[in-house]
Design a protein around this ligand. Structure first.
Ligand SMILES: Nc1ncnc2c1ncn2[C@@H]1O[C@H](COP(=O)(O)OP(=O)(O)OP(=O)(O)O)[C@@H](O)[C@H]1O
Ligand SMILES: [Mg+2]
Length: 280
């Protein structure tokens, strides 16, 4: 194995392709994410966004043929290496919280699953730690809510649980694949702000997958655009909005404008967020 001395990114994806038969779901994708950086991955349905996230975690379907390299913190990640990293140094939040949660396990037990799996808390420390995590994500009555089951929580509360699980081990990177599409607009914004605030506090980098240019523009410092498996464009948010290079990016921006997104406003929100303390 060769070690890249000049490698600076926390996550470095290089020439990654994921192929199903003769269909290329991900086509020669390369990008890098620095420590603490927030990057948005946008693109239409079927463009390969989720497959990129899955591949980073070694969770792409086994029938797929994968080529290229995924490097995390200087280490090449294969399906074997990724096991020690997943959940601990890379946390993930997916679209539908119900699929991420075990319906027959209490919230408290699930909140500490990753910590327990990686030997970071003892059985005795588990309960107080679960209460702490529930409080951290703003769940009501943390001392009691941890004894409930997922179906006894609202959708927004469930996604807060999943976010707490994702950041419980203070990961260096959080992968969030459409984390708020299952929620209504006001709840979605609060959950998104919470996630961004926690990542900022913990110094975690964030890869946010969304098909919503408005959400990406108000959350991320840099944006990447995918189309038909290809990463067609990547640039700092303000630059991408002001001077998109690819016709497809121009269309995404125009579509976002037509639904009322104020892109100048988006830039201001981003500047404010970068200055520090987010507020919910
Ligand atoms: N198990 C599979 N077998 C064959 N093809 C698959 C499989 N899983 C995904 N694909 C294909 O991979 C491509 C990329 O899918 P992916 O889920 O990454 O898209 P996406 O950008 O996340 O879309 P969406 O916005 O709808 O979530 C799609 O064309 C999809 O049909
Ligand atoms: Mg997807």
């Amino acid at each position: 194995m060769t070690v890249l001395a000049e490698s600076t990114g926390l996550l470095e994806i290089s020439g990654v392709s994921v192929t199903f038969g003769d269909q290329r779901a991900v086509d020669d994708v390369s990008f890098s994410i620095g420590a603490g950086e927030r990057v948005g991955l946008i693109g239409e349905s079927g463009s390969g966004k989720s497959m990129v996230c899955l591949t980073v975690q070694g969770l792409q379907p086994r029938i797929a043929e994968t080529t290229g390299t995924v490097r995390f913190d200087g280490q090449a990640l294969g399906r074997g290496e990724v096991r020690g990293v997943r959940g601990r140094r890379i946390g993930s939040v997916f679209q539908e919280p119900m699929t991420a949660l075990n319906p027959v396990m209490t919230i408290g037990a699930q909140l500490v699953t990753a910590l327990r799996a990686h030997g970071l808390v003892t059985r005795r420390e588990s309960r107080p730690r679960a209460v702490e995590l529930a409080a951290m994500v703003g769940l009501p009555d943390p001392a009691h809510i941890i004894d409930r089951y997922p179906h006894q929580l609202s959708g927004g509360q469930r996604q807060r649980v999943v976010i707490a699980m994702a950041v419980s081990c203070e990961p260096a990177l959080v992968l969030a694949d459409e984390p708020t599409t299952a929620l209504d607009a006001t709840v979605a914004r609060k959950v998104l702000d919470l996630m961004v605030r926690l990542c900022t506090e913990l110094g975690s980098a964030l890869l946010l997958v969304t098909h919503d240019m408005g959400v990406a523009a108000t959350t991320c410092e840099r944006l990447m655009v995918m189309r038909h498996g290809v990463l067609v464009e990547q640039a700092p948010t303000a630059q991408l909005l002001a001077d998109p290079q690819h016709d497809y990016t121009r269309r995404l921006i125009a579509a976002a404008r037509s639904t009322g997104l104020d892109l100048a406003g988006a830039r201001e929100v981003l500047a404010r967020q970068q200055q520090g303390a987010g507020n919910e």
